[in-house]
Write a protein that binds this ligand. Structure first.
Ligand code: ADP
Length: 431
């Protein structure tokens, strides 16, 4: 403020000096107008000189030029602005450098994609996992990562999903790729090396599958002997008959466990189910007819076929899913149970629903029902007939059919299990 005042004062002082000088020369020579004109020209030249110096200084940098009057202040203000910008630039550069070092150290490949999917920037892990090179900047990522699954994923807009593809560089490497959208039309591609995780999953799945297969043979032998003993039931003492019945129950349970585990390992491949036509009316009716033969408690099983759409999927898997739901409904409802199996259209697809008026499931169990071996109140309702694998199988079948399983339930009122299929898994008659 002070500087501003003094520079203006000094400027006025100079103006005054020049005006007095002009007037004095005018008085001496008698050419007032001419001498004043000369003084104004001299004043103008001074300004042009300082403007020129400022231009030179801005162009070439260097020390702040010496000046006087108002130019002193202008030079100082520009100098201060430049200094501030310089330190801001320094701070930004340091921040950028820190960010670059951090992203470079990330174990996951990170690629910044422009609006046309061209590569703007990538980190070191992207070189290692995706095989990108500095010269690839500006190239379309789809041309470098040539994989149909990835191409479809990149073209789509479902960024909550991920896609698994083999690494183009690592031998037997598996990558899980996700895309994060940010800042309008910019996208970030993140690729994680999941080779080890997939390997461990395979080891676990193979182990379960092998153990189940190995257990199958001795179990079949045991069941055979038990059957023979059971046939001779009446000839055996009561005490032994009871033991044999128990053993038969337990081996049957074990057989179901093994069958369930084997079905699960088959469904866990992480691939989609084939898209073969499955006549929905026929398959729903046939599963329900089979289930009716098993009803012991006199429950009523109604079928409502409201949609004419057929399904595109694997019939054996769909059968297994529906029969698990229907058998559960029969198992958990009592004598006056009413079960409705409904096939209906819904916005964006169709739903296969199994509803019952059974005991219902408490809200706290709902999120965990599809975990393998999870049973809500085991033994209390199902007389220990349950093994906790049925809903896990249904969930896997639905995932393989790009659909989902939703469970709603009210304690004491009943439960509803809805399998939602997307439109792409339906076959509709053209009208
Ligand atoms: P389980 O062999 O025990 O039936 P599931 O995976 O099929 O295994 O079901 C998991 C749990 O969900 C069951 O233990 C049961 O508590 C509950 N459940 C499933 N279906 C029903 C139903 N229709 N009514 C009430 N509870 C159910």
């Amino acid at each position: 403020m002070d500087l501003m005042g003094s520079s203006w004062r000094s400027e006025f002082f100079w103006l005054l000096v020049i005006a007095i000088a002009g007037l004095s020369v005018g008085k001496v020579t008698g050419f007032y107008f001419f001498s004043l004109f000369l003084c104004v020209v001299a004043y103008l030249i001074r300004h042009i000189y300082y403007i020129n110096r400022i231009a030179q200084w801005l162009r070439n940098g260097g020390k702040i030029p010496q000046s006087s009057g108002i130019w002193d202040e202008i030079y100082y203000l520009i100098y201060r602005l430049r200094r501030r910008n310089k330190s801001r630039k320094k701070r930004l550069l340091a921040m950028l450098e820190r960010f670059r070092t951090a992203t470079a150290a990330l174990p996951d490949a990170t690629v910044v994609l422009g609006p046309g999917d061209e590569i703007d920037w990538f980190n070191e892990a992207a070189e290692r996992l995706l095989g990108l090179r500095k010269g690839d900047i500006g190239q379309q990522i789809g041309n470098l990562l040539r994989n149909p699954k990835f191409g479809e994923f990149l073209g789509g807009s479902n960024y909550e999903a991920t896609v698994n593809i083999p690494s183009p560089v690592l031998d037997k490497g598996q990558l899980e790729i996700r895309i994060v959208s940010y800042g309008g039309d910019l996208r970030l591609l993140i690729a994680q090396d999941v080779t080890r995780v997939r390997f461990m999953e395979k080891v676990r799945s193979d182990f379960v599958s092998n153990v189940s297969h190995e257990l199958r043979t001795p179990l079949t032998v045991l069941r055979g002997y038990l059957e023979t003993l059971g046939d001779a039931g009446d000839e055996l003492p009561m005490h032994y008959q009871k033991i044999i019945r128990r053993m038969d129950e337990q081996t049957t349970r074990m057989q179901r466990l093994i069958d369930g585990l084997l079905s699960l390992t088959k469904l866990e491949t992480g691939t989609l189910a084939p898209s073969k036509k499955v006549g929905s009316a026929m398959f729903v009716n046939s599963v329900c007819d089979e289930a009716r033969l098993l009803t012991e408690g006199g429950q009523i099983l109604n079928v409502y076929l409201e949609s004419s759409a057929d399904l595109l999927g694997a019939e054996s898997e769909l059968r297994s899913a529906l029969s698990n739901l229907v058998l559960n409904a029969l198992k958990y409802t009592q004598g006056n149970g009413i079960i409705s199996v409904r096939w209906r259209d819904e916005a964006g697809g169709a739903v296969l629903e199994v509803e019952d008026n059974g005991p219902g499931i408490a809200a706290e169990h709902l999120p965990r029902l599809t975990e393998r071996f999870y049973r809500a109140e085991p033994g209390k309702r199902d007389g220990n007939k349950g093994i906790g694998l049925g809903l896990a199988i249904v969930k896997h079948v639905m995932t393989r059919h790009e659909g989902e399983l939703k469970v709603t339930s009210v304690l004491g009122v009943g439960s509803c299990f809805s399998c939602r299929f997307p439109e792409k898994r339906l076959l509709r008659m053209q009208s």
